[in-house]
Design a protein around this ligand. Structure first.
Ligand SMILES: Cc1c2[nH]c(c1CCC(=O)O)Cc1[nH]c(c(CCC(=O)O)c1C)Cc1[nH]c(c(CCC(=O)O)c1C)Cc1[nH]c(c(C)c1CCC(=O)O)C2
Length: 313
């Protein structure tokens, strides 16, 4: 998840020396090292590449900056400018990301483990590209006013997301996760247009490459409908989803769920809450994970203990 590294002192050390976050993602030596940091400490089954969903607008020449205590800040969305980018320019701009994946995939630490590549879903990227910063609770009032712009951006995103996915797989990603972090901002009636159809196009593309795809439509009310329509290989649930009903309703493998705030409490409570998920899903294909990113103030010892609970189960 986006904040995942920040609880590790070894990540913070590298980050302190590299204040420009995009440049850090484009530094293949450091980004591959950061990807492997959690595997060095913990008995995990997979690593997620160190990059960001906003590398796509960056690759399309929309300015992207990360400001301390504010989050991402994007520049003006210029349709003419992003329409001009071709595949070669794009892959050249993001080349270090792919080289970093290649490096990680060749490391002994990842042997027999999965390397998860990822993208932001078209809807979530559209939100950042038009809104230009995290929308917090709701979209700006006139978000949908320029339908032509929205439709053009979605077409461009589909093309470059496929390319980005393809490059990640060619360089060693063995699973792709699609983060739709702002799916929950939409009303039910808008989900087909902005979430189901654009995501289904990507899911079908990834399946055609024989790579499993996990979707994370954070905040939506009806995960069952989503799974029936989008048909990912697995779905990540957020911490507001009731695991008991999710287990009953969702027929495909489920991932995640545990509230990252539980890691800020004590070991006894962590064990109790973790066992709740493990017991609920004991007869269902289940990948243990959190319901959102590890919080920066998390003590790494709690993560170590969590991994032990899951591995001992
Ligand atoms: C919405 C989203 C983003 N990025 C991502 C999402 C989807 C998942 C989610 O909902 O969290 C996904 C993401 N971002 C990052 C990863 C790689 C895995 C990891 O190391 O966490 C992943 C999978 C690195 C990152 N991306 C970011 C960090 C933190 C950088 C730092 O401040 O050191 C990391 C490690 C920055 C980022 N990137 C983004 C935001 C909103 C922020 C700011 C976070 C904040 O300030 O609270 C966009």
């Amino acid at each position: 998840m986006r904040q995942a590294g920040r609880y590790l002192p070894e990540f913070r050390e590298i980050r302190k020396l590299n204040p420009d976050f995009i440049n850090l993602c484009l530094n293949e030596n450091l980004s591959s090292e950061i990807t492997l940091q959690p595997l060095k400490r913990f008995d995990l089954d997979a690593a997620i590449i160190f990059s960001d969903i906003l590398m796509i607008p960056y690759g399309l020449n929309q300015e992207v900056k990360f400001e301390k205590n504010f989050g991402p800040k994007l520049g003006l969305l210029d349709l003419e400018k992003i329409s001009k980018i071709d595949e070669i320019d794009f892959v050249e701009k993001l080349y270090p990301v792919y080289k970093s994946i290649k490096k990680v995939s060749e490391d002994n630490l990842i042997k027999n483990k999965n390397l998860i590549g990822f993208v932001g879903a078209p809807w979530t990227l559209l939100v950042y590209m038009i809104n230009k910063h995290s929308p917090k609770k709701e979209l700006v009032k006139d978000f949908f006013k320029d339908e032509f712009l929205i439709n053009r951006v979605l077409i461009i995103l589909e093309k470059f997301l496929k390319l980005h996915i393809d490059q990640q797989i060619k360089n060693g990603a063995t699973v792709i996760q699609i983060f739709d972090s702002w799916a929950g901002l939409l009303e039910e009636k808008d989900l087909p247009n902005y979430v189901y159809v654009p995501t289904l196009n990507l899911v079908n593309y990834i399946k055609s490459l024989n790579i499993p795809v996990i979707c994370f439509p954070r905040g939506i009310k009806n995960y069952k409908n989503y799974c029936d329509i989008v048909k990912p290989d697995a779905v990540n649930i957020d911490y507001d989803v009731d695991p008991v009903s999710a287990c009953k309703e969702i027929k495909i493998p489920v991932q995640g769920g545990l509230d990252p705030k539980i890691l800020l409490t004590d070991k006894e409570n962590l064990k109790k809450e973790t066992l709740k998920y493990l017991n609920t899903f004991k007869d269902h294909p289940y990948i243990f994970n959190l319901g959102h990113g590890v919080l920066p103030e998390t003590n790494p010892n709690m993560v170590e203990y969590l991994v032990k609970i899951v591995k001992d189960y």
